[in-house]
Design a protein around this ligand. Sequence first.
Ligand code: PLP
Length: 273
Amino acid sequence: MKIWLDGGLRDIESARVSVLDHGLTVGDGIFETVKAVDGEPFALTRHLNRLSRSARGLGLPDPDHDEVRRACAAVLEANPMPLGRLRITYTGGHGPLGSDRGDHGPTLVVAIGETTRRPDSTAVVTVPWTRNERGALTGLKTTSYAENVVALARAHQHGASEALFGNTVGQLCEGTGSNVFVVLDGEIHTPPLVSGCLAGITRELAIEWTGAKETDLPLDVLQRAEEVFLTSTLRDVQAVHRVDDRELPGTAGPVTAKAMRVFDERSGHDLDP
Ligand SMILES: Cc1ncc(COP(=O)(O)O)c(C=O)c1O
């Protein structure tokens, strides 16, 4: 396996980042996960734009898009696989042990892992912990993801593949690595960005392609929605067949099934929408 680290391809076994990298010591970093089908990245331009937004939010230097594109192309070419999870990580770099950032410049890593297509439907749980819709990191895709690690482990303990958060005022927000949509009276709704959710690329595309509305929704909407689905880079559009103890009828309800079809068609036609 070859990865990109600071300017070139390296063997994953010998690639080394400082043990004092600020990404490691304090979670001072950002990332993107990009789907790669047969060596082609999906929606890379949107991912690079979000990487820049996250960098700006953290006060990191703007990543060089040309370099990141070169790195992605090199990693994809060196590691052929049918379905890949391309992971771009960009950190504050070698720094002091405290929260002040050093001046050695950022670390850029592009790695890839093979994956398989997700099942068409899944189970989710809600968790008692909240997303903070007013935090310094709200809306940024940072490597400070340990809250998601804890919540996802809770989901797995309950036989689910995703944990859903409400925010501090009890509104539905998002999953650990996905956005959430509900169907009410036959119409698709998803929480607005002010709920504190990440501006998911798949969420954005699903809104554009299905006409879903951005609506403030209480967390307990999950107990009455006709259908629920998730979106993310590696889930695309994925139906939810169980929320906590509530079973939803069928695998994918009619509205979700249509959204899945539309997403497959549109994303199949344009790799960089
Ligand atoms: C917290 C969070 N919300 C939502 C998403 C979905 O975003 P995307 O569709 O860009 O993968 C992600 C990314 O995986 C995420 O980490």
